[in-house]
Write a protein that binds this ligand. Structure first.
Ligand code: ZN
Length: 323
C-alpha cells in the first residue's frame, strides 16, 4: 500500500465531528475532487470520481452528514482499463443546487444565475481549517513515501481552487508553492517539518508517527556517516604528517647521516622510521627518558627544519667540512 493510500485510509476512518467541520471537509472535498458540469438551462450537476474505496466511503459519510440534499447520490462503479476500478458519485441537478447552496458554495452571478465558488463562511475556525485540509487531501492529495522525500502535492482542475487551498494552508502557517503540470494546477508542500505539521493538522496521527520515525532514522544515519568521515579525515591528517616526517628523516639520512644528529633526535628519527604508523605520544613513550606528545612534536619540527636547511644548502654542505 502506498503511503498516500495509508494516509487516506487513516483520514477516512476518523469520526466526523461538529457540523461546521463536516461542512468544511465536504467543501474541501468538493473543491478537490468534483467535476461541476453546467448543462442546459444553467443547471449544475456535481460528480466525484475516485479510485479509492476509502475515499468513496468518506464521501458518502460526508454527503449523509451534510443533510438531506446529498443523502441519495447515484453511485456508479466502473471497471477501467488495467483492471482499475473507478467509482463515480453523482448528484442530480436539484440536489447539486441544494447542497452547494447549503455549503455556501453558490454565488449569484452578474446577469442572473449562480456560479460555483469555494465555501466562505466556514473557514474562520481552526477546527474547520483542519477539516478543509483533510477534505482536500482525500480528494486530490498525494504524499511521497517519507523514506524517500518529504513532499505533498495536490492536483486541481483550475487555479482558483488551488489558490483557495494555498490560502488555507497559509492561515495555518504552511507555505505551499503553486505551479502547473500538464494543464492542471499543482500545489506543492515540501520539508519534513511542514509535511509532519500538515499530517498532524489533518488528524493522521499514525502517519505522523511513521514520518517522525523515518526522520529520526535518517538523522541518526547522517550523524553516523559524519562521524565516520571525520575519523577518516583525522586519520588522513595523521598519516600525511607521519609521511612528511619520514621523508624528512630519509633526506637527513641520505644527506648527512642520522648519527650526526643529537642523540635524542637520532633516537626519535630511528623510532619514526621503524614505526611509520605510530602516534607521537607512543613514540615518546619509547624514548629514554620518555617524552610527552608536545615534546615529541617539538623534536619532529626540529627534524623537519634540519631537513629543510639541508635542501636549501649547496650540495654536500650540511655538516660536512669542506677541504
Ligand atoms: Zn469546525
Amino acid at each position: 500500500m502506498s503511503f498516500t493510500s495509508q494516509v487516506k485510509s487513516e483520514l477516512a476512518a476518523l469520526k466526523t465531528q461538529a457540523r461546521c467541520c463536516v461542512t468544511a471537509e465536504l467543501g474541501g472535498f468538493i473543491m478537490g475532487a468534483s467535476v461541476i458540469t453546467l448543462s442546459g438551462q444553467r443547471q449544475l450537476s456535481l460528480s466525484i470520481r475516485t479510485q479509492s474505496a476509502a475515499v468513496l466511503r468518506r464521501a458518502l459519510t460526508l454527503f449523509k452528514a451534510s443533510g438531506p440534499a446529498a443523502a441519495r447520490p447515484r453511485l456508479l462503479l466502473r471497471e477501467r482499463l488495467a483492471g482499475r476500478r473507478e467509482y463515480l458519485l453523482a448528484l442530480s441537478h436539484q440536489d447539486t443546487h441544494r447542497l452547494l447552496r447549503d455549503q455556501g458554495m453558490l454565488r449569484p452571478q452578474e446577469g442572473g444565475g449562480e456560479r460555483f465558488a469555494a465555501p466562505r463562511r466556514v473557514m474562520r475556525r481552526n477546527c474547520c481549517r483542519r477539516a478543509y485540509l483533510r477534505g482536500s487531501f482525500l480528494a486530490c492529495g498525494y504524499i511521497a513515501d517519507p523514506r524517500r522525500r518529504y513532499h505533498v502535492e495536490w492536483v486541481f482542475q483550475d487555479r482558483a481552487r488551488a489558490m483557495r487551498l494555498k490560502r488555507v494552508l497559509g492561515q495555518v502557517g504552511l507555505a505551499a508553492t503553486l505551479g502547473e503540470r500538464r494543464g492542471s494546477s499543482l500545489l506543492t508542500l515540501k520539508g519534513g517539518d511542514q509535511v509532519s505539521e500538515l499530517l498532524k493538522l489533518m488528524g493522521a496521527s499514525l502517519a505522523v508517527l511513521s514520518l517522525e520515525n523515518c526522520r529520526a532514522e535518517k538523522s541518526l544515519r547522517e550523524r553516523a556517516n559524519r562521524a565516520v568521515n571525520c575519523d577518516q579525515a583525522n586519520l588522513g591528517r595523521q598519516l600525511s604528517a607521519a609521511q612528511r616526517q619520514i621523508a624528512a628523516i630519509e633526506a637527513l639520512s641520505r644527506g648527512q647521516g642520522l648519527s650526526t644528529l643529537p642523540p635524542r633526535l637520532e633516537a626519535l628519527a630511528r623510532l619514526r622510521l621503524s614505526q611509520p604508523d605510530a602516534r607521537l605520544q607512543d613514540l615518546g613513550q619509547q624514548l629514554d627518558p620518555p617524552l610527552g606528545k608536545s615534546g615529541v612534536a617539538h623534536q619532529m619540527r626540529r627534524l623537519l627544519a634540519l631537513s629543510e636547511q639541508l635542501e636549501a644548502a649547496p650540495e654536500g654542505r650540511a655538516g660536512d667540512t669542506p677541504d
